[in-house]
Design a protein around this ligand. Structure first.
Ligand SMILES: Nc1ncnc2c1ncn2[C@@H]1O[C@H](COP(=O)(O)OP(=O)(O)OP(=O)(O)O)[C@@H](O)[C@H]1O
Ligand SMILES: [Mg+2]
Length: 427
C-alpha cells in the first residue's frame, strides 16, 4: 500500500502549505518565487497537488501556467519525508494536471544552494541547463501607478541616496532599524510580532537633513516618493486646504507603495489652541482623521517633518498616529567631517587641515556645509577662469568660505532642540 496519497489542493490545505513554506527544512531556502506568489497561484486555482499521510499534508507542488509553459513555483516536502520518493510522486501528479492544461514545457528555478527538489527533478527527467544566468529586475511602479504618480508630482528616487547621506551615524542606524528594515522585511517583522511602522515624525533644526532622510528611506525601499506641499494645496481658504488634503490622501492611497512626505507639518497640525480661525482647526482635525485611515494599508509610509515639534498638536503626535518621533539633530564633529569630505571631494584641493575645518564649523548644518563647500568651489573656479592652471582649494580658502557662511544654528536652537528631545522624542 502507498505510504502517501497525492491529490489536488483544497482550500483547507492553505495553512498546511504555508506551514511547509515556513519550515526551513522543507524546501529551497532561497526561493526565487515568494510566498505571496505561491499563495496567489493556489488562490487562482493554478495546478497544485499535495501529498497527504492520513489527514496530514506533508508535501506540495505548485505550478503556474503560462500558455504552453508552466513554472514550478515550489516543491515542499516535510523534512521527515525527504529521500523517499515523495518529491518525484508530487512532480508526477503535478505533471498530469499540467498536461491536461495543455502544457508541454515545464521549467523550474532553484537557487544554487537548494538541497531539496534537485534530486526529484532529475529523477523525473528534468535536465538543468548549463550556462544559464537568471536576471531579474523589480519595477518599482506598476503601469497603473505611473500616471497617478505623475499627477501627484511623485517619482522614484535614485537607489544611492542612502549612501550619499554622510555621517549622522546615530540617526541613520536608528532610522534603518526602526523604519527601513521592518518595511523591507515585513514577513520577518511580523513573525517577530513587530508591526512595521506606518508613520513617523522627523524633527530638528532647519537644514539638518530631514527631507534628505525621508528621500533616502524611499530610495532604500525602492518606493516612490510623493511630497505634499500644504502651502500649495491651500488654495484660498483653510476649508479648501482640508478638502485638498483629503483629496490628496485619497489619490495617494491608490498607489501600491509610497513614501508620502509632508514638510513643515506644523502648518497643518499646529496646536489647536493657537489657531485663530476655527477653519484652521478644521485642517488639523482633518489630518487627525486622515492618518489612521492612511495607516490601514501595507506598503505605505507617511513621513512628516518639522522644525518646531513643540508647535504640533499633542493629539497629532499620539501613539496611534505616529510610530516614532525621531530627532534629526546638528551633525557632531565626526558627521561634519564626513559631510565636508563628501562636498569637498568634488572640489579640487590639496591636503587640507580637516581638524581645523571641522572645528570651525560647529554651528553649521549639513546644508550650511554644502553651501560653504560650494563657495570654496567658486573660488577655485574663479582662479581657473583667471588662467591659473591646476587651481585647487587651500585650507585657508575653505576657512574663509566658512566665515562667509552664516551658520543656521544658534545656541538657543540647540538648547530648544535638546529640550524637545526630552519632551517629544519617541524611538
Ligand atoms: N548627512 C548629510 N550628508 C550630506 N548632505 C546632507 C546631509 N544632510 C543634509 N544634507 C544636505 O543638506 C541640504 C539640506 O538638507 P535637508 O533639506 O534634508 O534638510 P531639512 O532638515 O529637511 O531642512 P528644512 O528643515 O529646512 O526643511 C540638502 O542639500 C542635503 O543634500
Ligand atoms: Mg526639509
Amino acid at each position: 500500500m502507498a505510504l502517501w496519497r497525492i491529490r489536488d489542493f483544497h482550500d483547507d490545505d492553505l495553512d498546511a502549505v504555508i506551514r511547509l513554506w515556513d519550515d526551513p527544512g522543507s524546501g529551497d531556502s532561497e526561493p526565487v518565487f515568494s510566498l505571496s506568489e505561491l499563495v496567489a497561484a493556489v488562490r487562482a486555482d493554478q495546478p497544485t497537488v499535495v501529498a497527504t499521510v492520513g489527514e496530514e499534508v506533508v508535501g506540495c507542488a505548485v505550478a503556474e501556467v503560462d500558455r504552453d509553459r508552466a513554472w514550478l513555483l515550489r516543491l515542499s516536502l516535510s523534512p521527515h519525508w525527504r529521500h523517499r520518493g515523495m518529491g518525484s510522486a508530487l512532480l508526477s501528479g503535478l505533471e498530469e494536471r499540467l498536461l491536461e492544461a495543455g502544457v508541454h514545457r515545464i521549467s523550474c528555478l532553484l537557487s544554487s544552494s537548494a538541497e531539496i527538489g534537485a534530486a526529484a527533478l532529475e529523477h523525473q527527467g528534468y535536465r538543468s541547463r548549463a550556462g544559464v544566468v537568471f536576471y531579474e529586475k523589480l519595477e518599482a511602479v506598476t503601469f497603473a501607478d505611473r500616471g497617478l504618480l505623475g499627477q501627484l508630482g511623485g517619482r522614484i528616487l535614485r537607489p544611492d541616496l542612502w549612501d550619499s547621506l554622510k555621517g549622522m551615524v546615530k540617526e541613520k542606524e536608528l532610522i534603518e532599524q526602526r523604519v527601513v528594515l521592518p518595511l523591507a522585511h515585513v514577513e520577518l517583522a511580523e513573525r517577530a510580532g513587530l508591526l512595521p511602522p506606518r508613520a513617523v515624525v522627523l524633527f530638528g533644526p532647519p537644514g539638518t537633513g530631514k527631507t534628505t532622510f525621508a528621500k533616502a528611506v524611499a530610495s532604500r525601499l525602492g518606493w516612490p516618493f510623493v511630497e505634499l506641499f500644504p502651502s500649495r494645496l491651500a488654495g484660498e481658504s483653510p476649508a479648501g486646504l482640508a478638502a485638498a488634503l483629503r483629496e490628496a490622501f485619497a489619490q495617494v492611497s491608490e498607489l501600491d507603495t509610497v513614501v508620502l512626505f509632508i514638510d513643515e507639518v506644523e502648518e497643518i497640525a499646529s496646536l489647536r489652541g493657537q489657531q485663530s480661525l476655527s477653519a484652521a482647526q478644521g485642517v488639523t482635525n482633518e489630518m487627525l482623521k486622515l492618518i489612521p485611515a492612511f495607516r490601514e494599508k501595507e506598503g505605505r509610509l507617511l513621513v512628516c517633518a518639522t522644525n518646531s515639534v513643540r508647535a504640533l498638536d499633542a493629539a497629532f503626535l499620539r501613539h496611534g498616529r505616529f510610530d516614532y518621533v525621531i530627532p534629526v539633530g546638528p551633525p557632531d564633529a565626526e558627521a561634519r567631517r564626513a559631510i565636508w569630505d563628501r562636498y569637498l571631494s568634488e572640489v579640487p584641493h590639496g591636503s587640507l587641515d580637516f581638524g581645523e575645518i571641522v572645528g570651525r564649523s560647529e554651528m553649521l548644518t549639513p546644508a550650511d556645509i554644502e553651501f560653504a563647500a560650494r563657495r570654496a568651489a567658486q573660488v577655485v573656479f574663479e582662479r581657473s577662469v583667471a588662467g591659473e592652471v591646476g587651481a585647487s582649494a587651500t585650507t585657508e580658502e575653505v576657512l574663509e568660505s566658512i566665515r562667509a557662511t552664516r551658520p543656521t544654528l544658534t545656541s538657543r536652537m540647540i538648547e530648544e532642540f535638546e529640550a524637545d528631545i526630552e519632551e517629544y522624542a519617541r524611538l
